[in-house]
Write a protein of this length. Structure first.
Length: 451
């Protein structure tokens, strides 16, 4: 068999020439065991029909394989066999190849360099040798060496298998531990979710109850503030009407006295009637101004702040006079802002009424209040209302804007004006109100962003 292999090798060398391309059809159909292998990667590029029959794989299967999948020796052992072949000056290698059915065959491999598809390749001729054939040629040591290599490789594979089994067992154990931990965590998570759901349900109920109470409270505060505003409206109307009514009363009395004395002339009577009708017209105009002012809706428009300030002063001047409060509006005549007329009127009236209440409560002989406004560097309108009515008491500091915060706790509706003012400015305009003590009095600072 060795002579057959040598003859076949010599035949291929003479026919094709070592290092020259092979006739492809001859190679594919030959019944000899031949392969073309990529030198670097060991990939099987092509095989003969003899190789397909010997290994039990189809051509397509072999072309998808690497020689390392057939050769049972490790790369180190293959390298050692090549070194021995070089030392012993032989042009063949002895390997153990595994067939498709799992059988291990001892083979001689003759390899020559060839050109395949314009690249370097190894043309290998494989010869199946048995133990008897090795013995005929006196190559027992090759057989023994090969068997030892196979045993060594088998031992390595067994060690690798044992190591893999150990790793697999450890991995399975770890996996079970992880699964157990996940099950425990999942149970804890479900319990936590159930508890959280109950807690959230309770919180939602509490929030709903709180919202409902706040809504009811807002309704109560709004109603009380409306009644308070109507009360102030009547009080201001009373103050505005007191002087005209007194004048009308005096003129009527004087008319009656002249009639009794017989000194009443037609001219005196006509003059008295004219003056009386003038005072009646003032009463009507005052009533109409109050009605128009308090009936204004929330529609925003570009208004003149000085006009609103003066209008508020004219409506409340009777109340201010009764409280001995002198109010001065120093707002520039050209300062305008896109706001609601009623909201701005309420702002000035609330702050002026606050000064009047303090002046009456403290029994001041005189109090002054100054109203100023200007735009800052950001374009916001800043309104300052300053007075000299004595400042904020220690009792009221920190809660002056809270609802029902007033020293006049027995008066119905008291303590809502500043609270409602703050809510209106913050919710409708994104503004703010601050109060601070100044020497001898208080300064309110209102900031209204330009919309």
């Amino acid at each position: 068999m060795r002579s057959l292999a040598l003859s076949l090798t010599l035949f291929c060398s003479l026919l094709f020439g070592i290092g020259s391309p092979l006739p492809y059809d001859v190679f594919l159909k030959h019944n000899a065991i031949m392969m073309i292998i990529e030198p670097d990667s060991g990939k099987i590029l092509d095989v003969s029909e003899g190789a397909q029959e010997f290994y039990g794989y189809t051509r397509e299967q072999l072309r998808r394989m690497n020689i390392d999948q057939i050769n049972t020796l490790s790369k180190e052992q293959v390298y050692a066999e090549r070194q021995r072949a070089q030392t012993e000056h032989r042009n063949y290698f002895i390997f153990a190849h595994r067939l498709a059915n799992g059988t291990i065959k001892t083979v001689e491999v003759y390899s020559y360099p060839q050109i395949y598809e314009n690249r370097k390749a190894l043309f290998s001729i494989i010869h199946d040798v048995t133990a008897g054939e090795l013995a005929k040629d006196g190559l027992f040591h090759y057989k023994e060496n090969l068997e030892s290599l196979v045993k060594l490789r088998t031992s390595e594979l067994e060690q690798q298998s044992a190591h893999f089994t150990l790793l697999l067992g450890s991995a399975v154990t770890v996996q079970f531990l992880i699964i157990g931990a996940l099950i425990y965590i999942n149970r804890r998570r479900r319990k936590a979710e159930s508890l959280l759901k109950k807690t959230m349900t309770t919180l939602y109920q509490q929030i709903d109850e709180g919202v409902e109470k706040a809504r009811q409270k807002d309704q109560i505060i709004s109603e009380q503030n409306r009644r308070h505003a109507l009360s102030y409206l009547l009080v201001n109307i009373a103050h505005q009407w007191r002087q005209p009514l007194s004048a009308i009363g005096l003129m009527v009395q004087d008319l009656e006295e002249q009639y009794r004395e017989g000194s009443l002339t037609h001219d005196d009577f006509a003059k008295t009637v004219q003056l009386t009708m003038g005072e009646v017209r003032k009463l009507s105009e005052t009533l109409q101004r109050f009605t128009d002012f308090y009936r204004a809706d929330d529609t925003r428009e570009l208004i003149n702040l000085r006009y609103v300030c003066n209008e508020a002063l004219s409506l409340i001047h009777g109340r201010l006079d009764a409280a001995h409060v002198n109010a001065i509006c120093r707002i520039p005549a050209n300062l305008t802002l896109n706001v609601s007329m009623r909201d701005m009127g309420d702002l000035f009236l609330t702050l002026l009424e606050n000064v009047a209440d303090v002046a009456v409560e403290r029994k001041l002989q005189r109090a002054d209040v100054w109203l100023d406004a200007a735009r800052d560097e950001r374009g916001d309108v800043v309104i300052h209302v300053e007075d000299n009515a004595g400042g904020i008491t220690d009792e009221m500091k920190g809660k002056i804007f809270d609802p029902y915060s007033t020293t006049s706790f027995r008066a119905p509706g008291k303590g809502l004006g500043l609270f409602m003012l703050t809510r209106t400015l913050e919710e409708h305009y994104g503004g703010s109100v601050e109060a601070e003590d100044i020497p001898g009095g208080t300064r309110f600072t209102i900031r209204l962003p330009e919309v």
